[in-house]
Design a protein around this ligand. Structure first.
Ligand code: ADP
Ligand code: MG
Length: 245
């Protein structure tokens, strides 16, 4: 009986092959655990199955084999205890930044007054440096600002598990550094568990308590998650400065 916060065991993902072709196995035998409050990054080649794993944890996709348990309960669909940040922001374009964040906060705490929902949402937008632009729609925001809204939106509902799929992939290095700091600031405050995909090894070393390296054989396309323990884990609450600053 395991007591890990999240436990993925012997996960596999296969896609049916075209007529007469064998099935495509993206990965097999992927097992890993997340402890409560950890910031874990997963790195690996493009196409090895990182987003597939994240989407499964989000409840948006299913493994072909294996089990996936959070706090002892099988994950079998989306839930408010899990928040997701995608690479392409996925904000609602007809709503302002504030309304985008309010939307999730309202769904999470239905009994709250409108004023409390707004106050709570504004606090998170302020943490990511967007206080002055909360009335703007996504089209009127830069890429970095949109990604900040996505992060504020995901964290504002205080999900127990935050899933981030290459959240900074589309941003320039300077903006990335600033938002990485803001992410760590929020995470340090709320102590949530974060599972983040990145293809940037430096970013993983900078942010993570622990790194999962997903390897794959180009022929067999079989992957396994290998754990790397960082030699000097960050202290919780310590704000990490980007090395380019
Ligand atoms: P990563 O996020 O690590 O780049 P993904 O999880 O997005 O990788 O994709 C893993 C693999 O699964 C890729 O090789 C992709 O081509 C394949 N794949 C994804 N969806 C399908 C599908 N519907 N049919 C066949 N193959 C797919
Ligand atoms: Mg991906």
């Amino acid at each position: 009986m395991s007591h890990a916060f999240v436990e993925v065991q012997q996960a596999a993902k296969r896609f049916p092959g075209a007529k007469g072709e064998p099935d495509l196995t993206v990965f097999e035998n992927v097992s890993f655990q997340l402890e409560k409050g950890e910031f874990v990054c997963i790195i690996g080649h493009s196409g090895c199955g990182k987003s597939t794993i994240m989407n499964a944890l989000a409840g948006l996709d299913q493994f072909s084999d294996g089990t996936m348990v959070m706090e002892g309960k099988e994950i079998d669909g989306p839930g408010l205890e899990r928040g997701v940040v995608f690479q392409n922001y996925s904000l609602l374009p007809w709503l302002s930044a504030l309304e985008n964040v309010r939307f999730g906060v309202r769904a999470r705490w239905k009994a709250w007054s409108d004023a409390k929902v707004t106050e709570h949402s504004l606090a998170y937008l302020e943490m990511v440096g967007l206080k002055d632009v909360v009335g703007r729609k996504p089209a009127q925001l830069s890429g970095g600002m949109r990604q900040r809204v996505s992060i504020a939106r995901a964290f504002a509902t205080k999900p127990k598990l935050l899933l981030l799929d290459e959240p900074f992939g589309a941003l320039d290095a300077l903006t990335r550094g600033v938002i990485q700091d803001e992410l760590i600031k929020i995470w340090s405050q709320d102590q949530q568990t974060v599972f983040m995909i990145t293809h940037d090894v430096d970013e993983a070393i900078l942010l993570a308590d622990r790194i999962l390296l997903m390897t794959n054989g180009p022929e067999a396309r079989i992957a396994e998650a290998v754990e790397i323990d960082l030699p000097r884990p960050r202290q919780r609450g310590e704000i990490v400065k980007h090395p380019h600053f």
